[in-house]
Design a protein around this ligand. Structure first.
Ligand SMILES: NC(=O)c1ccc[n+]([C@@H]2O[C@H](COP(=O)([O-])OP(=O)(O)OC[C@H]3O[C@@H](n4cnc5c(N)ncnc54)[C@H](OP(=O)(O)O)[C@@H]3O)[C@@H](O)[C@H]2O)c1
Length: 306
């Protein structure tokens, strides 16, 4: 067991010193470990989240290790804020080689955002959809990579398209699973469209494992929080058998961002290995429908082949 995701991912000798990576949701948890690991490989890192203090601490940690990083704040429940974040990135850096769309969570309460989108879908699905569109020109220039943090929870969902814009009969778990299914569908559909367009950008997604030691439980319903607390109370040796540690949870993100082996696109990975996502996630018609609906609700035009 290592606390360095780059070692677990087998990429500790990769040199990313010419690369700039954006890791959303890197003020804590899996994103933070991903940002620290990629900075250790030499990448310049854009750290993101809402919590300025935590963001500043991650930047300090990277700089103490002689790395380069900057923190940019944006609340992903607002499409304008996501677009503003993309503007800030363009102001701050000249290139984006890797975009890790990681920010997200399982949220107890269902509500509509000011954009009329259900909050979980807004943060977990629409924000990465908009941000990727905004950064695509930079990613094209650097023949870059998009890495999306999905979850094995996607296998528990069927897509209910009207949930994107409705908070009625909200179920935190069901909606979370659907947003993680949306992450896989988005990855596959983006990859297909990029391929048809001849765009030299790859898009892959992954399941990090069950990682109760991240900040993930904080906005979940009480039973989740209690279960996470009970697991955290177990001795470390027992914990490492039943759950994934936070650095281990970042290994596949680091692998997808850094490994020269990643010459594939549109794939779903677990433990740095390609796996089949659920049959629902492989439904190309539904992925196309979700793409079109998301373009509509977010007013984004990718200008890629359909
Ligand atoms: N933990 C698990 O067991 C598990 C399993 C499968 C998949 N995942 C996925 O892994 C990803 C990272 O989760 P984690 O476990 O590392 O949890 P975490 O420690 O809570 O990290 C979540 C990150 O997302 C950011 N975030 C949350 N809401 C946001 C919003 N409205 N606007 C902008 N940023 C926001 C948080 O930043 P601030 O707090 O600074 O806002 C934080 O940096 C998520 O996509 C999650 O679905 C987690």
């Amino acid at each position: 067991m290592t606390s360095r995701p780059e070692i677990g991912a087998g990429v500790e000798n990769v040199d990313m010193s010419d690369e700039t990576v954006v890791v959303t949701g890197s003020t804590s948890g899996i994103g933070r470990e991903t940002a620290l690991a990629l900075a250790r490989l030499g990448a310049t890192v854009v750290v993101h989240g809402r919590d300025e203090e935590k963001g500043r601490r991650v930047v300090e940690e990277i700089e103490t290790d002689d790395g380069e990083a900057t923190f940019l704040r944006a609340d992903f429940s607002s499409i304008d804020a996501v677009r503003g974040f993309a503007d800030d990135i363009r102001d701050e850096v000249d290139a984006v080689d890797v975009l890790v769309n990681n920010a997200g969570g399982l949220f107890s309460d269902g509500r509509l955002t000011d954009d009329g989108i259900e909050y979980s879908f807004a943060v977990n699905h629409v924000a990465p959809f908009v941000l990727t569109a905004e950064l695509l020109p930079l990613l094209r220039d650097s023949e870059g990579r998009v890495v999306n943090t999905s979850s094995g929870a996607h296998t528990r969902a069927d897509m209910e398209f009207d949930r994107l814009t409705s908070a009625e009969d909200y179920s935190a778990f069901r909606t979370y699973c659907q947003t993680k299914l949306a992450n896989v569908m988005f990855t596959r559909e983006l990859s297909r469209r990029l391929g048809e367009d001849g765009a030299p950008v790859t898009a892959n997604c992954f399941h990090p494992g069950a990682v109760p030691g991240s900040g993930f439980p904080r906005e979940t319903p009480l039973p989740f929080r209690l279960a996470a607390r009970a697991i955290s109370a177990l001795p470390a040796a027992v914990q490492s058998i039943v759950v994934t540690t936070v650095p281990e949870g970042a290994e596949t993100a680091v692998y997808l961002a850094a490994s020269p082996e990643v010459d594939f696109s549109g794939e779903y990975l677990v433990d740095c290995r390609r796996r089949n996502p659920s049959s629902e996630a492989r439904d190309d018609e539904k992925a196309r429908r979700l793409w079109e609906l998301t373009e509509e609700v977010s007013d984004v035009d990718y200008e890629l082949s359909s």
